[in-house]
Design a protein around this ligand. Structure first.
Ligand SMILES: Nc1ncnc2c1ncn2[C@@H]1O[C@H](COP(=O)(O)OP(=O)(O)OP(=O)(O)O)[C@@H](O)[C@H]1O
Length: 562
């Protein structure tokens, strides 16, 4: 029954796609009812996809002013591309736009763990806080739950925050010392604590809510629309831009902060061992922290990318999917005029989808550049200007910049460079910019030919993408979008990437086929699969020029390698 409903929904959405290209040619209304018994299901599914894609293509052909004849013209790469009539290109661009419109709506993150607690979670007292999960330079992160949540199971390790004195509340001895020492959490533990609370250390923001929110505003960039609407932080939603600067639309590969509020600093497990100096006077007579600070509530992820990679060897396909997800996340940021500036494997969280594929989300926006006025071009007028977090993974154009009047640092490809460096870790090697000794490179001074060779098991296209992401010159470097498109085409577009026969109509047909298949997969199999999400991202960001650039690059690399 679920299968039928899903197929019905996929076909309905496909119909929506058809409607956009002209007079509807209705699909047989009885199609979902014709669903054959299980053994034939997948053949039927394949045929449905082909049929739907064929219909989509025919509608597109019929719609153009010059009709099908126009599209039958050869559309090649290189010179051939230049000779094409504008009309054909316009049609392809229009097909991309229409596909994009449909998939943008579908490119939503999964339900957050507090979606059924609309009016809850805006006060620290509502949470049950468990053990520390990790800490960085500016915060400690704890597992958490709202006690009434349906999936909460009481745990001996946790006690409610309210009504306990700091001294009796926690077992200070059972503290996990550092993020990297923590093994990947087991499922029962995470089921008891579906949330993670990040408690910022406040040593310079004062104790008023406004000052805290303003000073720590970068942390709020990935906050959802309702995250700040609680009374406790005394911040109304309409004032959000003052604190959050740019509003970032949700994305499957970007963390969602689902609640954010200020509160008094409580004594949490491990505080005296892990961060005694940043505690307020009331908790530690020699502490320099303020009594109030910012709390951010997120989904609790099982591990960071660093932890995941230290415990598992991923095959080439999974590794490519991981790099692709980071590129999709970075592209989303660039589109919103935001640079993360602190990408590293500790700032990427991982969970597994239902097929066991790692799902990556970029987190920790504390160092990001997200300014309405300057966008991605930071005036670098003195050494006091903050250039971001992670010195080792600072792109060459950022790390070598010299301040002066009128100097601007362009961050539009800086995060893409960091993805290139992290790709080494994903592909099973050490990050070339982390190591010590002679084998380590510095982003300030390395030459591209010094980059370590990637193993033979890494697909050729992936090797080229990594190399092109690590180009010193941002003009020669791939943008996150084009790099992502190259990987998408490499992963699922193999049959259209035939030199000399790459034609416009073939590409458009392939896109329509992918659209129909993704719509059906989304409803039919499991929408929380990484592969389906990635295809949705690809189709939601479809730009004709970027796609051709990616196809052209791929073919030219392959031609040169022969
Ligand atoms: N939502 C989450 N789910 C699970 N673990 C998390 C989550 N958020 C953070 N962590 C863990 O806490 C650690 C520290 O978090 P985070 O990087 O946000 O802190 P930070 O102080 O801002 O770090 P940095 O030193 O990079 O500025 C992470 O490396 C990770 O191990």
């Amino acid at each position: 029954m679920a299968l039928r409903q899903a197929l019905g929904r996929g076909l309905q959405l496909g119909r929506g796609l058809l409607l956009r290209w002209g007079p509807p040619r209705p699909l047989p209304a009885a199609l979902p009812r014709l669903l054959p018994p299980p053994p034939a299901r997948y053949r039927f599914f394949r045929e449905s996809v082909s049929g739907l894609a064929g219909r989509l293509r025919r509608q597109l052909l019929l719609r153009g002013p010059r009709g099908a004849r126009g599209l039958s013209l050869a559309f090649g790469l290189g010179l051939g591309l230049l000779e094409q009539g504008l009309e054909e290109q316009r049609q392809a661009a229009s097909a991309c736009r229409h596909i994009q419109t449909i998939f943008i709506r579908k490119n939503k993150p999964l339900k957050d763990p507090l979606s059924s607690f609309r009016w809850q979670g805006f006060k620290l007292e509502e949470y049950l806080i468990g053990q520390p999960i990790g800490k960085g330079c500016s915060a400690a992160v704890y597992e958490a739950a709202i006690p009434l949540s349906s999936n909460y199971q009481s745990s001996e390790d946790s006690k409610p925050l309210e009504g306990k004195s700091p001294d009796t509340q926690w077992d200070h001895g059972s503290v996990i010392q550092a993020a990297e020492a923590k093994p990947i959490q087991t499922n029962p533990q995470r089921a008891a604590f579906p949330l993670a609370i990040k408690m910022m250390w406040n040593i310079s923001a004062g104790s008023s809510s406004e000052a805290i929110l303003s000073t720590m505003r970068q942390e709020l960039v990935p906050a959802s629309g309702s995250a700040l609407s609680g009374e406790y932080g005394a911040v109304a939603c309409h004032r959000r831009p003052v604190f959050g600067k740019k509003k970032l639309e949700p994305h499957p590969n970007i963390i969602q902060v689902i609640r954010a509020f200020t509160s008094s600093v409580p004594l949490l497990p491990g505080a005296y061992v892990d961060y005694p100096d940043v505690l307020p006077l009331s908790l530690n007579p020699s502490g320099i922290g303020h009594s109030r600070t910012l709390f951010l509530v997120m989904k609790n992820y099982p591990c960071t990318l660093r932890q995941y990679l230290s415990e598992r060897n991923s095959d080439a396909h999974l590794s490519t999917l991981m790099i692709l997800q980071l590129l999709e996340g970075v592209d989303h940021l660039v589109r919103h005029g935001i640079a993360h500036r602190d990408l590293k494997s500790d700032n990427i969280l991982v969970e597994l989808d239902s097929a066991g594929c790692p799902w990556l989300v970029i987190t920790d926006f504390g160092c990001c550049l997200a300014d309405e006025n300057i966008g991605l071009r930071l005036p670098f007028t003195s050494w006091y200007v903050d250039r971001g977090g992670n010195g080792c993974l600072m792109a060459p154009e950022v790390v070598t910049a010299i301040p002066g009047p009128g100097v601007l640092i362009d961050y539009s490809k800086a995060d893409a460079w960091a993805v290139g460096a992290i790709a080494y870790e994903i592909l099973g090697l050490c990050n070339p910019f982390y190591g010590q000794g002679r084998s380590s490179l510095e982003s300030r001074s390395y030459q591209e030919d010094q980059l370590p060779a990637l193993p033979d098991t890494v697909p050729f296209d992936v090797k080229r993408v990594v190399k092109m992401l690590l180009q010193r010159d941002p003009k020669k470097r791939l943008s996150a979008r084009v790099a992502a498109n190259v990987l998408h085409l490499s992963l699922w577009g193999e049959n259209i990437l035939v030199p000399k026969s790459l034609k416009l109509d073939k590409m458009t047909g392939w896109l329509l086929h992918q659209s129909a298949a993704t719509l059906l997969m989304d409803g039919l199999v499991d929408r929380s699969r990484v592969e389906t999400k990635m295809k949705t991202c690809f189709l939601a960001n479809l730009e004709y020029e970027d796609l051709w650039e990616a196809a052209f690059l791929l073919l030219s690399w392959r031609n040169h390698s022969v």
